[in-house]
Write a protein that binds this ligand. Structure first.
Ligand SMILES: [Zn+2]
Length: 313
């Protein structure tokens, strides 16, 4: 992965002169304000913030349907970042490549989501599979967007950045942001009310668990196969057995996976425990079909509310 980035960067430097032509802001084919986002959450936020503002263009580098943790930037992506007025990435373990890219490519403004809200340290609490790679001690968990309250705060801060970049449309950006962040605040209140009445707040995820901020917000105890950004997708037999034990010990009727999961482990576990498999959206990405139909992050989070409120008591 790192070697690949080094090669791409070297190539980007070699072809640097070609890139310069694109820096010319007088060219009419480029948007007045170009926003480039690595993954779906910030793409969705900025799409909402720039709604009805002519001349703004928001791009997502991750292809819809792709696994975000195996993304690597192409030369074209690096050129987009370089020419962006605003580049928004997550920051953290999965975005180490960004630090390298930003050494040579300089968008007008670069923002990391992890810098916009209070972060929680990565934790292996409730994670059953031992990770091969040693985690950096004290590193922040990067999945800040999974808490609706955080999403609301991030939207307001991104709108502030847009207002600074394009002051002529500042009021529209703020108005759009206020309308969208209000939906997340409302959803947060619904989750608070629901979970206040839930007696058993334990869930078992036969998958990765990127929901640390979400769980922290509502006092949910998650037991999962892998940590949030794990590249593992094969659940060892010992871990499968531990997941089964956790389901039985907690008297659960459901087992969860995250969206775009294609493995059959959860089905096997559900069959063995007589439980039903349900999907939770971590919102790293969405399917091509959902992307094209304009599905939003708040809709995906609302699906989580529907799923959890129907399956937890
Ligand atoms: Zn992740």
């Amino acid at each position: 992965m790192k070697k690949m980035i080094a090669i791409l960067l070297a190539a980007a430097l070699l072809f640097g002169f070609a890139g310069c032509a694109k820096n010319n802001k007088n060219s009419t084919d480029s948007a007045a304000v170009s926003v480039v986002c690595t993954i779906f959450p910030q793409y969705d936020f900025l799409r909402a913030i720039t709604k009805d503002v002519e001349g703004t263009e928001v791009k997502m580098l991750l292809a819809p349907g792709d696994e975000s943790h195996s993304y690597s930037a192409s030369l074209e992506d690096i050129s987009l970042i370089k020419n962006a007025d605003l580049f928004v990435y997550v920051g953290g373990e999965s975005d180490e490549w960004v630090d390298e890219v930003l050494k040579t490519a300089s968008p007008k403004k670069a923002i990391a989501l992890v810098e916009l809200v209070k972060t929680l340290e990565e934790s292996d609490e409730g994670i059953l599979a031992k990770e091969e790679e040693e985690e950096e001690a004290g590193a922040a968990d990067e999945h800040v967007w999974t808490s609706p309250a955080n999403a609301a705060a991030i939207i307001d801060k991104l709108a502030q950045a847009m207002a600074e970049i394009d002051s002529a449309n500042a009021e529209t950006y703020r108005k759009n942001a206020a309308a969208y962040s209000a939906q997340f605040k409302e959803l947060d209140a619904k989750f608070q009310t629901f979970f206040a009445g839930v007696k058993n707040k334990t869930i078992v995820i036969a998958d990765r668990n990127p929901f640390r901020y979400f769980c922290d917000a509502y006092g949910i105890k998650a037991i999962a196969a892998f940590s949030g950004c794990s590249s593992n997708n094969e659940i060892p037999l010992s871990v499968q057995n531990e997941l089964i034990k956790a389901i039985q010990a907690n008297g659960l009727k459901y087992v969860y996976v995250i969206e775009l999961n294609t493995s059959s482990y959860a089905d096997a576990i559900a069959a063995q425990t007589g439980t039903q498999k349900l999907t939770l959206n971590s919102c790293h990405n969405l399917s091509k079909e959902d992307f094209e139909s304009g599905k939003t992050f708040v809709e995906m989070m609302t699906e989580n509310y529907d799923t959890l409120s129907a399956s937890m008591k």
